[in-house]
Design a protein around this ligand. Structure first.
Ligand code: CTP
Length: 402
């Protein structure tokens, strides 16, 4: 693998104790690493440790003639193929969001043309504060990637979101960031998983979708440099690196989440298994047998859910919209009719009766159905490979639109 230059910018949080391990991880992946620090960071991890590990001088002062003489901050910014801020404190995030440059880390981040990856670490209340969330949103909209933070026990004694991601996670996100950026500038919306339609306080109508296909698609889009938002039904799958995830339960919630994102989206992929029907009335309390006459079973009246995909297609503008079709019989013909009916650019059809592929499996066997009726049948492959194949086709559609 080609050796890349990673500039690791360390700011002042307790998570800095993980930085030596991160340096090692990046070096093992074949990268050359240099560290810069804020003065506060030097209180948490010794510059000498990082200097010994990297074999490079470690700078922590912006206005130190001696340090600037060794290698100037602009030269450092130019040297980097990738800048990683880890850990990133709330204060540094705020400064990055506003383009401030009053310490070495923020000055380098402002001066570099390399992509920026940020691994935040802070107290859960600082993380959830609207000021921090606004700063994150503003950085994301400028193409800055984030990894973490994770939920767990925090050094401050609180439990919640705020732990810096593990070095292996940050390393994986660096690799993603350095990989091809063929979808850079695109905003990809992916829906995944099955929806749950509430019956009463404890019951719902659901389906067998695991979400694996949609998550693999979101991961692949992020790998290719897109900004990705993943609207997911309930699942225990981990969020892929660099992906913003919105959790929803019902079809109506999924529709609201999707429509709220719609103005920014350039490519939409609807892999979710959306329930077509929901109970006309959901009870806030549990329906108990003792409230019913002897031997009586309640009757569920169902109403139709909106067809989100059809709605998106009717307001798609220049967007590319891809649908999925879950079919149990007559797969190609039924999928062709579905594509016509919904009006999407491409439909991915799968036969849900197969026991070796489809629901909950890591494998899938799909056909791509094109407007006009042409179809491509793919062999059985992993869901990640299906996602790659899918984006190879979508990129061609993008080229056709330019
Ligand atoms: N879909 C949707 N909203 C719905 C139902 C489906 O957006 N209420 C989307 C799915 O995400 C998928 C595509 O439409 O991309 C096809 O879903 P599928 O369940 O195969 O088809 P349906 O439209 O529900 O038709 P049917 O169940 O009658 O085959």
């Amino acid at each position: 693998m080609q050796q890349r230059h990673i500039l690791l910018a360390v700011t002042g949080g307790i998570a800095a104790y993980k930085v030596p391990e991160l340096v090692r991880w990046l070096q093992r992946a074949g990268h050359r690493v240099r560290c810069v620090m804020t003065p506060a960071a030097t209180e948490f991890v010794s510059p000498l440790v990082l200097q010994s590990l990297t074999g490079e001088d470690v700078r922590s002062q912006l206005l130190d003639a001696g340090e600037e003489g060794q290698i100037g901050h602009i030269a450092l910014a130019d040297w980097a193929d990738q800048v990683v801020v880890a850990p990133a404190t709330a204060n540094t995030l705020a400064k990055l969001a506003h383009g401030m440059a009053d310490d070495l880390v923020t000055a380098v981040a402002l001066a570099t043309r390399a992509p920026l990856l940020v691994a935040p670490a802070m107290n859960v209340n600082m993380w959830e504060h609207p000021a921090t969330q606004d700063n994150i949103e503003s950085l994301r909209s400028r193409g800055v990637r984030f990894v973490g933070p994770e939920a767990g026990e925090l050094a401050c004694g609180w439990e919640g979101v705020g732990r810096m991601s593990e070095p292996s996670e940050i390393g994986a996100a660096v690799d993603l960031s350095l990989a091809g950026e063929s979808l850079s500038g695109e905003v990809v919306l992916v829906t995944a998983g099955g929806t749950r339609e509430r019956v009463d306080a404890v019951r719902y109508l659901g389906n067998r979708s695991s979400g694996k296909m949609g998550f693999a698609i979101a991961e692949q889009a992020a790998r290719r440099g897109a900004r990705v938002v993943l609207v997911s039904g309930p699942t225990s799958l981990a969020t892929p690196a660099g992906v913003r995830r919105l959790d929803v339960e019902s079809a109506l919630e999924m529709r609201d989440a999707v429509l709220a994102e719609w103005p920014d989206v350039t490519i939409a992929i609807k892999a979710a298994a959306v329930a077509d029907f929901r109970p006309a009335r959901a009870s806030d309390l549990k329906i108990r047998k003792e409230d019913l006459a002897d031997g009586e079973a309640p009757t569920l009246e169902l109403v139709r859910n909106p067809d989100i995909l059809a709605e998106l297609c009717s307001d798609r503008g220049a967007r590319i919209v891809v649908g999925f079709a879950a079919e149990s019989h007559d797969v190609l013909e039924s999928a062709r009719r579905k594509l016509e009916r919904k009006g999407c650019d491409l439909l991915v059809a799968n036969d849900v009766r197969s026991t070796t592929t489809g629901f909950d499996s890591d494998m899938n066997r799909v056909s791509f159905i094109w407007p006009g009726g042409e179809n491509e049948e793919l062999p059985t492959m992993t869901k990640s490979e299906v996602a790659e194949q899918l984006f190879d086709r979508i990129e061609k559609l993008c080229e056709g639109r330019r």
